[in-house]
Design a binder for this molecule. Structure first.
Ligand code: UDP
Ligand code: MG
Length: 328
């Protein structure tokens, strides 16, 4: 705690960044939980609650505006012009939050606000990145759990960096980490949780049990998760691009074997229509797969080169221009 020149206690500021997309069923409960944390830590920290409304089409924007109007001293709202996705919503939080420590969390109470004091304790101990690691995800089904384990296995094998398998979009970072992420990690196809884990700094983890979603339903369908996983794998590794070289080495090896077999045995290569067609189909499949992977990388490049905004803000509540660090 610092003392200002007027002799007042200057509290450290903590920003809670909450992504909201059609969460009318849980918002009030969530705010209640945050209010009790506000009362608990109010003496030690200046809490700022920053809701990012990711183009919700239910009553969430109205509920958020009402909360903001009733609590102008600590609640702020950013409304997007349309739905840009969870990653974009977290990025807006990263850009706008003015705290010394930033905590990212979901609005459905799967990330319990009650854990905030524990995270702040780690911050006080000097940690700059606090990752919340799930011990049990009660609401995720078996398919989601298995595919998530497979995703991390592949990611950790493809990428030189290490990613914690059960890390979630519930984490805390200090203002120094925020500055680095804000300035240098401006990719359009994003994975903020991955950047947080790979950026370095003094890190620690806290284990927690992910709760059950309070009302509404998950926005991540299996299809969305697959696209997200594919983009993440491609943007954290260029190994798939080398697959072509590996495939060409394999087919060269096969060719040489066949050549030697033909030259040194009297029988010659196995003949017949079927052999040739099967071999051709197999080779073309490998070839098209490699071309497809190159296509995926080009599409990622295209997204980056277009340089369109990650999100568009249509309106803000209780945010003054000076709060919008780096936005104007
Ligand atoms: N979310 C968002 N934009 C979207 C989808 C989700 O801001 O396009 C928010 C959502 O309101 C929630 C968080 O991101 O607070 C996580 O989403 P969800 O609970 O659907 O994901 P799950 O917990 O099932 O992985
Ligand atoms: Mg959820």
């Amino acid at each position: 705690m610092n003392i200002t020149e007027h002799g007042e206690k200057e509290l450290k500021k903590c920003s809670l960044i909450v992504s909201v997309y059609n969460e009318e069923a849980s918002l009030e409960k969530f705010f209640e939980a945050c209010s009790s944390v506000y009362e608990r830590i109010g003496g030690e920290y200046n809490l700022e609650l920053l809701f990012v409304d990711d183009g919700s089409v239910d009553k969430s924007p109205l509920i958020l505006d009402q909360i903001a109007a009733e609590h102008p001293d600590w609640v702020r709202v950013i409304h997007f012009s349309r739905n840009f996705g969870h990653e974009a919503a977290m990025t807006a939080g990263l850009d706008y939050a003015g705290g010394d420590f930033l905590i990212f969390m979901d609005a459905d109470l799967q990330h319990s606000p009650e854990l905030i004091p524990d995270m702040l304790k780690k911050y006080r101990e000097g940690f700059q990145v606090v990752s919340m690691v799930r011990t049990k995800n009660s609401s995720a089904g078996l398919i989601k759990n298995i595919s998530s384990a497979a995703f991390y296995w592949i990611l950790n094998h493809l990428s030189p960096l290490h990613f914690e398998a059960n890390a979630s979009d519930f984490f805390g970072i200090s203002a120094e980490v925020q500055a680095v992420l804000k300035k240098y990690y401006r990719e359009k196809v994003r994975y903020l949780r991955g950047y947080v884990q790979s950026v370095g700094f003094r890190k620690t983890t806290i284990e927690y049990e992910a709760g059950v979603r309070q009302g509404g339903k998950s926005h991540y369908s299996i299809r969305k998760l697959l696209v997200f996983s594919k983009n993440t794998l491609l943007s954290f590794s260029n190994l798939p691009l080398r697959l072509g070289i590996f495939a060409s080495a394999c087919s060269m090896f096969l060719g040489v074997l066949l050549l030697l077999y033909t030259l040194f045995t009297r029988k010659g290569a196995p003949s017949g229509y079927a052999t040739i067609v099967v071999l051709l189909c197999f080779m073309f499949a490998v070839l098209f797969f490699v071309v497809g992977i190159i296509g995926e990388y080009i599409s990622l490049l295209f997204e980056e080169i277009k340089d369109r905004p990650i999100y568009i803000v249509s309106e803000t509540k209780n945010l003054e221009k000076r709060d919008r660090k780096g936005m104007e």
